[in-house]
Design a protein around this ligand. Sequence first.
Ligand code: 13P
Ligand code: SF4
Length: 367
Amino acid sequence: MKLELFESLKTGTLPEEYKQRTDEELIARAREIKEKLGKKLFIPGHHYQKDEVIQFSDATGDSLQLAQISAQNTEAEYVVFCGVHFMAETADILTEEHQTVVLPDMRAGCSMADMANMEQTEKAWEKLVAHYGDTIVPLTYVNSTAEIKAFVGKHGGATVTSSNAKKMLEWAFTQKKRILFLPDQHLGRNTAYDMGISLEDMVVWNPLNDSFEGDAHEGVKMILWKGHCSVHENFRLQHVKDLRENEPDRQILVHPECTHDVVRASDLDGSTKFIIETIEHAPPGSKWAIGTEMNLVNRLISSHPDKDIVSLNPEMCPCLTMNRIDLPHFVWSLEQIEKGEPLNQIKVDKVIADDARLAIERMFQFV
Ligand code: 13P
Ligand code: SF4
């Protein structure tokens, strides 16, 4: 084996030769391997993935749909997950022992998921329980590590996605008086506000200095972990104001990972699935400014030429970590599977997976 190739396999970095192949060669190889492996191979793809990869996916979806699809597929030997690390972990938790989940590039992480680690969460829980007693149920956005999901599962809580956050908050309030919502403060705040909870009854928990930000009074219903999506935070109130002034007939549709002021000032907000369906059902000629990830916005623009669609932020870029999964990494992972030497396997520890599954299955009861 060539030294360079050996090093790549050891470190999980893409061998040089894949960078030298043309797109045509890579596409031909992907088609060939897909055809050869048939149902042995399953490729789920998140809506934020690049077109060059999504063209090969067997199923596309938002986080919730991909979690459901992963749980349903018991046939494939290999699941090549085109998305980010936490999604591949969820797929591993929900698939069977004989199935191998592969993430084509291990650098495809999520900065939001990284904003809550176990040490911070355990410390926070101890302090929150000391402050509020046994009155808190934890909920975590699926955009979190398997360990955080396991923590939540062990403490009677559940996962949520942007598609079912409201239902999950309603359920959580039947369990306890207040919710610790990790790791995205914006999804937590926007969802609770829509349910009629006032901003005064929400407090932020800052994991960087282990303390509250705001008034942690007895009436608090939502404890919001101070995490965010670095992509969706790039939509600002000024973008909404500029559009309102320059193009008052353009409707503004945003994801609830955007900040509260942006969501309040927009016309509509909802999950990735909601955004896609809203555009699908919109009348020809309608004008939209969308506040979500750019690969998806570009796909909506090209698949709806009869509608006038722009990004709410004219300078917006795609999610960098979603973009790590590109054609060379994708073909590399397929070729390794073809050789029977799959790389970049995602394997969640069994004890963590069992607790995390509790949290995910509690969510599945409500979808
Ligand atoms: P959804 O797929 O739940 O809308 O989440 C968006 C997202 O940021 C995924 O990383
Ligand atoms: Fe994470 Fe935001 Fe990228 Fe989604 S869009 S993977 S939440 S950084």
